[in-house]
Design a protein around this ligand. Sequence first.
Ligand SMILES: CC(C)(COP(=O)(O)OP(=O)(O)OC[C@H]1O[C@@H](n2cnc3c(N)ncnc32)[C@H](O)[C@@H]1OP(=O)(O)O)[C@@H](O)C(=O)NCCC(=O)NCCS
Length: 167
Amino acid sequence: MGGYARARLACIVSDIALRTAQPSDLDSILRIERLVFSDPWSPESFAPEFTDSYSWFRVAEIDGEVAGYVVARIVAQQGEIANIAVHPSRHGTGLGGTLLDAAIVAAAAAECEAVWLEVRVSNAPAQRLYASRRFEEIGRRRNYYREPLEDALVLRRAGSSSASVPA
Ligand SMILES: CC(C)(COP(=O)(O)OP(=O)(O)OC[C@H]1O[C@@H](n2cnc3c(N)ncnc32)[C@H](O)[C@@H]1OP(=O)(O)O)[C@@H](O)C(=O)NCCC(=O)NCCS
């Protein structure tokens, strides 16, 4: 069995709990954030996401530890994935897909017409994940990211049907 298949199997047999993020999760979230992003969100960036009524902030816990998180915003029937990350030790195990699917289902429940996000042009793994969930490129923002300066692809997933989200 290859590394990817082994990692996926490990995820399947693990006990994953998706729950609303709490301020007490912030240290674990920041540890992951700083491991995976060259220009990480600050504690101040995360703070309003715990309380804002538009924010849909979930963590995935595996064996009692935060292994990933997703921050979505749902406003005026539009969903936005503002942040999504998985601890590097869990990459390729399906956890990012699980988090993204949950946000898509939440947007569908709120009758969103579409879900939007931005992704670095160089971020191939994330782009693979989004393509597998039927996100389509609809534009590009020049020099949107820092550290390093880079364009963002703007992706959109049309429709609010949760039925098409992979199990
Ligand atoms: C992007 C990210 C969240 C994806 O999380 P993940 O748990 O690794 O993703 P998954 O295991 O669910 O894989 C998603 C898809 O990518 C592909 N994939 C991921 N890792 C792979 C690997 N090592 N080999 C082959 N395919 C892989 C698979 O096709 C998979 O689709 P599937 O679930 O339909 O099979 C994760 O890589 C991450 O935290 N990256 C750093 C932060 C980041 O870039 N966030 C996004 C900013 S826009």
